[in-house]
Design a protein around this ligand. Structure first.
Ligand code: 5MY
Ligand code: ADP
Length: 280
């Protein structure tokens, strides 16, 4: 049975009669093809990614597995609509903490309409996109059985400053974030979740090496989804921490030029995460 995802942290949501993604119990995530060519562009991207032999296998694992497309009843009641069938990235994790980080200091691209560019420019300027090269688009942080998840309203997330971002990156890996605003965050999961051979930093550095060279795609407005769950971490289950790329409605051809917009944001994010260690 299809249902609204429990762990969606940003984007269009399938609630209140709106069009949004659905999940099933077998670990699949169904994202409706969006209007205005966005949906067809995203479908074309997944088809190219999984057929392009120039994309190394160790890089393909940074993307949700793509199972094709399928006609399904849309969540807004508008009838049958094609959906991308993707791996549900949250399904491997119990109570996952998740960050959606929209990459790049620029989320618009030259072929977009003037109106779209203006809206993006405004959001890029008023969030940390321009100053940091990325912005947090959505998040949930698991606190405890009693307190559940810490989530921030969309408007609050969009008003995060650089200091808020620093705090969120510390909170994300702390076990005492629900204790009270004055308690010093313990960052007790930082070494295993951010550091370590299978940690987030190692994965980001591997992606960075590819981005320093790849000129196939420009990932405009794409997000990095960073997930981990405490139980997998404590029980030594893998993967306990994952870094994935999502949202490809505005990907453009690289035409032989590196994606310096994404790459700059990635370097900046790596620096911000590395700095968590210097404050432990
Ligand atoms: O219109 P909004 O304000 O909901 O903007 C959407 C963005 O929300 P945000 O304001 O950044 O939290 C939204 O961002 P998130 O996915 O929520 O990070 C998308 O960028 C969406 O564009 P598209 O569907 O990917 O083409 C954006 O939709 P469009 O403005 O491109 O229609
Ligand atoms: N494959 C996936 N598995 C699990 N969750 C996903 C997946 N793709 C997206 N999500 C969730 O949905 C949110 C929005 O996804 P996104 O592709 O950016 O949609 P939109 O195009 O509506 O912005 C993400 O922040 C994440 O929480």
């Amino acid at each position: 049975m299809l249902k609204v995802p429990e762990h969606q942290v940003a984007g269009h949501q399938a609630i209140d009669g709106n069009l949004g993604p659905l999940v099933d119990d077998s670990g699949r995530f169904y994202k409706p093809l969006q209007a205005n060519e966005r949906g067809t562009k995203e479908l074309a991207f997944y088809q190219s990614l999984f057929s392009d032999t120039l994309v190394p296998d160790h890089i393909r694992r940074f993307f949700p597995v793509f199972y094709g497309s399928q006609l399904l009843e849309a969540s807004d009641g508008s009838g049958l609509r094609p959906h991308l069938v993707l791996q549900d990235l949250a399904s491997n994790h119990l109570n996952p903490s998740i960050l959606d980080v929209k990459m790049g200091s620029r989320t618009w691209y030259p072929e977009a309409s003037d109106d779209y560019i203006q809206r993006c420019l405004e959001k890029d300027r008023t969030t940390t996109s321009v100053s940091l090269g990325f912005r947090i688009s959505g998040l949930q942080i698991y606190q405890s059985k009693e307190s559940g998840f810490w989530k921030s309203a969309r408007k609050d997330v969009l008003s995060f400053t650089a200091d808020n971002v620093r705090l969120v990156l510390r909170k994300f890996v702390s076990s005492n974030s629900s204790v009270g605003s004055n308690a010093k965050l313990d960052c007790c999961f930082a070494r295993s979740v951010y550091g370590g051979p299978a940690g987030v930093l190692e994965q980001l550095l591997e992606l960075k090496t590819w981005f320093e060279d790849q000129t196939i795609y420009h990932f405009n407005s794409t997000s990095l989804l960073i997930l981990f769950d405490e139980e997998s971490l404590l029980k030594g289950r893998t993967p306990f921490a994952e870094v994935k790329l999502i949202d490809f409605a505005h990907v453009a051809e690289g035409e032989g030029v590196i994606d310096h917009n994404f790459l700059g944001g990635l370097c900046s994010l790596i620096k911000f995460i590395s700095e968590v260690f210097s404050r432990i």
